[in-house]
Ligand binder design. Structure first.
Ligand SMILES: [Ca+2]
Length: 226
């Protein structure tokens, strides 16, 4: 009974929070639950995932992926400004460790990763043409190395055609990006890619998606309350 009451209370608070902050989706990952508490967009497992300890040492309160990914139901989401944030802990230096990749094909996908080639920084790109696949034009590359085995609060913001990456509430990269195409993105992955065999080896927690660009103060607040 006690646990059910806590869950209900959390849900009520999240709904209140959404009305204040345009939170569209929230996957808190707790007690083995991988549901979205806002709009019921539950993640879809492809292979077995592991429910692991979060950064506070709570059991079964974060998602552990080992050469794995989850499907994330965001097919119609990316039509304008957005903010995506999560807590993230990486266990592999493999090229382009995916956080989220979402598209109908590689050349229309939205990509956020925790390495760029073999450089261990964040990377943010919105692909518009086949030419985009071969260069780093119109991408944002972070400055801070994402070190193995350390928790980071990562935030990716699109505002107009400006992209921003924040690491632990501090601006880490910014630049011009393409606008997302207004399409149905049939392949949306958490920790996976539209390319074959690019899979995450990392822990994900407290994934939040907002339907607008959050301000620096709001991002700092999100980082500090967590
Ligand atoms: Ca959690």
């Amino acid at each position: 009974m006690y646990q059910i009451s806590i869950v209900k209370l959390k849900k009520a608070l999240f709904i209140l929070f959404r009305s204040l902050s345009d939170l569209s989706f929230y996957w808190p990952f707790f007690e083995g639950v991988i549901s979205d508490l806002i709009n019921g967009k539950n993640l879809i497992t492809i292979r077995a995932i592991t429910h692991v300890r979060d950064r506070f040492n709570n059991t079964r309160s974060a998602i552990g992926l080992s050469s794995n990914y989850l499907k994330i139901p965001l097919e119609n989401f990316f039509q304008g400004d957005f903010t995506i944030m999560l807590w993230y802990r990486k266990f592999s230096t493999t090229n382009f460790q995916r956080i989220i990749e979402c598209g109908s094909r590689e050349d229309d996908s939205i990509l956020m990763s925790a390495s760029y080639s073999d450089v261990q920084t964040t990377f943010f790109k919105i692909y518009d043409t086949m030419n985009d696949l071969n260069d780093t034009a119109k991408s944002v590359i972070g400055k801070t190395p994402i070190v193995l085995n350390i928790w980071y609060h990562l935030t990716f913001v699109l505002q107009g055609s400006n992209g921003y990456i924040y690491v632990n509430g501090i601006l880490d990269g910014q630049g011009d990006l393409n606008f997302p195409k207004n399409i149905f993105r049939s392949s949306c992955h958490l920790g996976g890619s539209l390319k074959a065999n690019i899979l995450a080896t990392a822990i994900f927690d407290d994934l939040k998606i907002f339907n607008r660009a959050l301000s620096i103060n709001e991002i700092i607040n999100e980082y500090e309350i967590n």
